[in-house]
Design a protein around this ligand. Structure first.
Ligand code: HEM
Length: 205
């Protein structure tokens, strides 16, 4: 009986994550169909997909600290899905930029990567997310063994890259990217704090 209710809760949490993950994309499709994307739809979709990539990346980074603070272990099962949603929105973001902004002129993307620092950082961040998504399966974790954990620590690098990309592209008002930078500092700080605590505990033994 207890097992059944745990399974039902697990399923409900999975469903909630999927709904939350697809909601922004559905919102954009609905806005597009109802001419609700404003005067510059391409710019609007580029910005929205970029921000959702960043938000889902931060949500996946928040899973471990929230689990530690609340003891809610079930959350751990959602970390991978949230990370995959970050990759999904980052891929849309890149596809829209290359397809609608640059008209599929890949050489322009190459030039942008070389000449515009915020695009260089955005692209590097995308590559990190791609590597994490490609190795997110159980089979990949088994194959990579201990290296898997080391590789997946790069998720923090992706967080830093995404915030630097955002900070670098805004021209005047840096308030929003600075809020993200503050949240990232908290996430990294909590990780460092728990790592130090673990080390001092094992040193005391
Ligand atoms: C794949 C390479 C990428 C390219 C070519 C790219 C390109 C762009 C462009 C052209 C903009 C709009 C700039 C402007 O309006 O002046 C933008 C904004 C943004 N991008 Fe990217 N990006 C990339 C990767 C990423 C990744 C991986 C993330 C996050 C994980 C991200 C997050 C953002 C955010 C948060 C914004 C600002 C949104 C806003 O203003 O509300 N980008 N990006």
């Amino acid at each position: 009986m207890r097992l059944e209710s745990a399974r039902a809760r697990r399923r409900a949490l999975r469903l909630a994550t999927l709904l939350v993950g697809f909601a922004p994309a559905a919102g954009l499709v609905v806005a597009f169909l109802h001419d609700g994307l404003g005067a510059n739809p391409v710019e609007k979709i580029t910005h929205e997909t970029g921000e959702w990539a960043l938000r889902f990346l931060f949500l996946s980074l928040s899973v471990t600290p929230v689990r530690r603070l609340t003891g809610w272990r079930m959350l751990l099962q959602e970390r991978r899905t949230l990370g995959l949603f970050a990759f999904f929105y980052a891929s849309l973001h890149l596809a829209i930029y290359v397809g609608l902004d640059l008209g599929f002129a890949w050489s322009f993307l190459g030039e942008d990567i070389l000449e515009r620092p915020y695009i260089t950082v955005g692209f590097a961040t995308f590559l990190v997310l791609l590597a994490l998504a490609a190795t997110s399966t159980r089979a990949a974790a088994r194959r990579l063994g201990r290296r898997w954990k080391t590789l997946h620590r790069a998720v923090y690098l992706a967080g830093i890259g995404a915030v630097v990309h955002f900070l670098w592209l805004v021209k005047a008002d840096t308030r929003e990217p600075l809020v993200y930078a503050g949240v990232l500092a908290l996430l990294l700080g909590s990780r460092a704090f728990w790592a130090l605590q673990r080390r001092s505990r094992s040193g005391n033994r």
